[in-house]
Design a protein around this ligand. Structure first.
Ligand code: FES
Ligand code: FES
Length: 161
């Protein structure tokens, strides 16, 4: 079965005819060529495929695409500012060594974005809890937590300016 889905993707109204068995991850990568979102386990275990649906982080590899009809989806590509300026969270990951092989990074950053939208100045434990579903084989997580805490400070400092 196919259905035309209409939703907001990174701030733009989009629509596409999608087969019912497709998960959101496939739609993003194959229909919209948004390959920043990665497939790791494909089973909802690793968080590499995390995107935001109406601001909530979801594992797009197991998120039925029909569910996004009428909703708003944000991927890692949607965080870039004008002129492809990195979002403060992206910049902090680069600055603090939160990116090594980079495979987990889009998912980590999207989970971090959801956290900072809800909790602008999180504790270390709150960051760890928010990223508990995102696995990284490279960094040992310390640099990732540092990156998120640094991004939080930067965002708050920018708001106060
Ligand atoms: S690829 Fe979706 S959770 Fe691992
Ligand atoms: S940076 Fe390689 S898996 Fe996280």
């Amino acid at each position: 079965m196919k259905k035309v889905l209409s939703f907001v993707l990174n701030g733009h109204e989009v629509s596409a005819e999608i087969e019912s068995h497709k998960m959101l991850l496939q739609v993003l990568r194959e229909e919209f060529q948004l390959t920043g979102t990665k497939e790791g386990c494909g089973q909802g275990e690793c968080g590499a495929c995390t995107v935001l649906v109406d601001g909530i982080p979801v594992d797009s590899c197991i998120y039925p695409s029909f569910e996004v009809d009428g909703k708003s989806v944000t991927t890692i590509e949607g965080l870039l500012g004008e002129g492809n300026v990195l979002h403060p969270i992206q910049a902090a990951f680069v600055a603090h060594g939160g990116v090594q092989c980079g495979f987990c990074t889009p998912g980590m950053i999207m989970s971090s974005k959801a956290l900072l939208d809800e909790t602008p100045m999180p504790t270390v434990q709150e960051v760890r809890n928010a990223l508990a579903g995102n696995l990284c084989r490279c960094t040992g997580y310390v640099q990732i937590v540092d990156s998120v805490l640094s991004a939080a400070e930067k965002i708050q400092a920018e708001i106060k300016q």
